[in-house]
Design a protein around this ligand. Structure first.
Ligand SMILES: NC(=O)c1ccc[n+]([C@@H]2O[C@H](COP(=O)([O-])OP(=O)(O)OC[C@H]3O[C@@H](n4cnc5c(N)ncnc54)[C@H](O)[C@@H]3O)[C@@H](O)[C@H]2O)c1
Length: 359
């Protein structure tokens, strides 16, 4: 496999840029960050704040740096215009999720990218987290068997900081911003499109506010299904994402967040005593046979940046060596469509057929 050095430029220099993109790029020796732009940051202010030049507009950024890849980490409503500008300039695009705000915009960008013979890759990077890669590897193996059911749970403690700015003002908050990662994981694990999606988004505390409670069900072929509960009403513990994948021979449980854990107790099922010690900084995946657990993967503390760098490496390999990159827009439009279908199901109060339109 060959790999030539690539130049990347970044537009949108907010939280995702600083905590995910910059550390992800720094892990890739063949990627050079050549410049950035953010309408809220002048070139002078950018000088002290960033280790690369900040330009006053996107056009100057493109002209001065001539990047191979334009990365987009602005609020979602601007993804379409920025991706169009980058494609017309001849760049490949690395775009934050959600890809666009409408399917029409996504279709238009895909058509333009095909005309320009450039790729768009969308940063639904959860597929590249070690814990989910390991779970995917087990599906269909003799020890795990067939995937039958996924249970996904989030309990997220919202506060002024998590709801600051454009996010907190969007009535489509939880499913659009976070649920889209879980829906993408369900498509990835089952390896097919769900037959239908049913979603309810009750708003018991603020009827006109954001969708802080998502109760989503996906039905797959053969009676297999996924149940997703995203609970941002909670005033209790913050659990970013817990998944249980039930296979015909075993179960896998994944969790986010750091553990340096010594455990001891009596097991619920067979009443036998146990002791355990585990260090998992960013997240871990355990495979269970009844009460017996074996750790199959963990992630580093910078789990988001690490997964994003793996996705970008896959992208660069596809540019250099041919093949379709993971999370290409041609695939990711289905994740976008599934997220939008969740809101349609909630608004119409009935399940929305999916696979018949998208397989
Ligand atoms: N993949 C992930 O895990 C992940 C995590 C967090 C956020 N995101 C996504 O990243 C994107 C940005 O989120 P964020 O948390 O960094 O938001 P943010 O508000 O912290 O940063 C957005 C930045 O974009 C700038 N901006 C506004 N309009 C712009 C324009 N027209 N062109 C260029 N820049 C513009 C803003 O000034 C701001 O600095 C969103 O699409 C979000 O969904 C993805």
């Amino acid at each position: 496999m060959t790999s030539n050095r690539k130049k990347i430029a970044l537009v949108g220099l907010g939280a995702a840029a600083k905590t995910i993109h910059l550390p992800a790029y720094s892990k890739l020796a063949n990627l050079e960050l050549v410049g950035g732009h953010d309408p809220a940051i002048t070139p002078a202010a950018g000088k002290g704040a960033f280790p690369f030049p900040v330009y006053e507009d996107v056009n100057t950024l493109l002209e001065q740096t001539k990047p191979d890849i334009l990365a987009i980490a602005s609020p979602t409503q601007f993804h379409y215009g920025l991706a169009e500008q980058g494609l017309k300039y001849g760049c490949h695009i690395f775009c934050e999720k959600p890809f666009t705000t409408t399917l029409d915009e996504a279709h238009q960008l895909i058509a333009l990218s095909e005309k320009q013979q450039r790729w768009i890759v969308v940063n639904n990077e959860f597929r590249f987290m070690n814990i989910y890669e390991a779970a995917k590897d087990k599906i269909g193996s003799p020890g795990f068997g067939d995937l039958l059911f996924i249970n996904a749970q989030q309990s997220f403690y919202v506060n002024e900081k998590t709801e600051a700015g454009w996010r907190g003002n969007d009535p489509q908050r939880t499913c659009k911003e976070f649920g889209i990662h879980v829906l993408d994981l369900c498509r990835y694990f089952f390896g097919e499109e769900p037959l239908r999606i049913s979603a309810r988004m009750p708003k018991p505390s603020n009827p006109t506010g954001p969708d802080y409670l998502n109760l989503i069900q996906l039905d797959f072929t053969g009676g297999r299904s996924a149940q997703i509960t995203l609970d941002r009403l909670t005033r209790g513990r913050h659990r970013y994402l817990d998944l249980r994948l039930d296979g015909s021979k075993a179960s896998i449980e994944t969790e986010f967040g750091g553990n340096v854990q010594f455990t001891a107790g009596i097991r619920g099922g067979d009443r036998k005593p146990f002791v355990g010690f585990d260090v998992s900084l960013g997240g871990r995946a355990l495979q269970y046979h009844s009460e017996k657990a074996k750790k199959i993967a963990s992630d580093p503390l910078d789990i988001f940046a690490n997964a994003t760098s793996k996705l970008l490496k896959n992208f660069i390999d596809a540019i250099d060596n041919g093949g379709v990159p993971a999370c290409s827009a041609q695939d990711n439009i289905k994740t976008l469509a599934l997220m939008l279908a969740a809101y349609t199901s909630n608004d119409q109060g009935k399940p929305v057929p999916f696979a018949e339109h998208w397989s």
